[in-house]
Design a protein around this ligand. Structure first.
Ligand code: TXA
Ligand code: MG
Length: 324
């Protein structure tokens, strides 16, 4: 079983940094979700991350670094758009896909000639990056295809048997993964909506394009359609569709964006935000899905949210969770 240490304890940070430098895997908090980290320059350590997650090797990892200046060690062709986005949104939930340098092992980038890189905003993640003085390759700390963890306890439940150390940094404040934006071509492309709203990115670099979520988008192999999926069957209501009454005898759960006082008959109801706030809803999304998954339900109905700001990331995750 893994050790669970408080990320605010400098001794715990030192222990975690030493483990990473020795080629071990450590789980740590970021502002988006918990990550499963390894030294990005050590192929063997990175291989362990893939093994623990049961992640296919065609799905590349995000490299986390402590500051903007470090990016040039691992990426090239850092243009004005990249600098503008880094300056605006880092540290924070934005991942940039740039041309990679050859010092990064191919395993990290799944053989692509690009690297996904970000500076996380969580103080524990930053303290760890500074103490370890290495780039940390880290996917979300969940088994491949399952809901991402937003607390240290989630990580312990999912991967506690396989990870020597989990740093606890409390519940993640953003709650959905980073926005992944590719800058390798003239047209910036959003590969995954996430914690930074697309509208905010467009305000800095102008209009962006979207990659369609497909089973095999070569630009971002991780954006598989069926992803982030709990085990229970989910059905996403159509926008505007009234919330139906569940059939008698069925144990149906309900995942609501905001409270609906007159809805009855559901075995379990989860409300993402008391006042219909998208930021709050994103922060609560994965924990709510996890509780619904554990409730022994026949199915879960899901209220859609407005597709703007963080609503895009929420709907992206909900669609993937229902696509099975
Ligand atoms: O918020 C986050 O991004 C979290 C925390 C831990 O930082 N990490 C995370 O990692 O969500 P992961 O591995 O679950 O998702 C990384 C996504 C995948 O969709 C992957 O395909 C994409 O980023 N990606 C990584 N490298 C890429 C590359 N070189 N080109 C295109 N997409 C890439
Ligand atoms: Mg993931």
């Amino acid at each position: 079983m893994s050790q669970l240490l408080s990320g605010t304890d400098p001794q715990a940070i030192a222990t975690a940094a030493a483990l990473l430098r020795a080629g071990e895997v450590v789980a740590f908090p970021t502002e988006t979700v918990y990550g499963l980290g390894a030294d990005a320059l050590k192929e063997r350590a990175v291989a362990q991350v893939f093994a623990i997650k049961n992640r296919p090797h065609f799905d590349p990892l995000i490299v986390h670094v402590s500051d903007q200046d470090t990016v040039a060690l691992y990426a090239t062709d850092i243009d004005e758009r990249a600098v503008a986005l880094m300056t605006h949104f880092w540290p924070g939930p934005l991942t940039l896909v740039l041309r990679k340098r050859s010092n990064l092992p191919d395993l990290v980038t799944a053989g692509l000639d690009t690297v996904a890189i970000r500076v996380p905003a969580h103080p524990v993640a930053l303290a760890l990056l500074r103490a370890a003085q290495i780039p940390i390759a880290a996917p979300s700390a969940n088994p491949f295809g399952y809901v991402s963890p937003t607390t240290a306890l989630h990580v312990q439940e999912l991967l506690g048997h396989a990870v020597p150390l989990i740093l606890d940094g409390g519940p993640c404040t953003v709650g959905v993964e980073s926005t992944v934006c590719a800058l390798t071509e003239k047209q910036a492309v959003i590969l995954r909506p996430g914690g930074v709203a697309v509208e905010a990115i467009e305000a800095v670099i102008g209009p962006v394009a979207f990659a369609s979520p497909s089973q095999a988008d070569a630009r971002s192999p991780g954006t598989l359609l069926s992803h982030y999926a709990p085990h229970v069957r989910l059905r996403l209501l159509v926008p505007g569709e009234p919330i139906p009454c569940p059939a008698e005898g069925a144990r149906i759960g309900l995942l609501l964006f905001k409270p609906h006082p007159h809805v009855v008959g559901y075995a379990v109801t989860e409300v993402l935000s008391q006042d219909g706030n998208l930021t709050e809803a994103a922060a609560h999304l994965f924990a709510a899905l996890r509780r619904l998954d554990a409730a022994g339900l026949d199915a879960v109905l899901v209220e859609p949210v407005l597709e703007q700001g963080l609503g895009r990331a929420i709907m992206d995750r909900l669609r993937r969770a229902t696509a099975r």
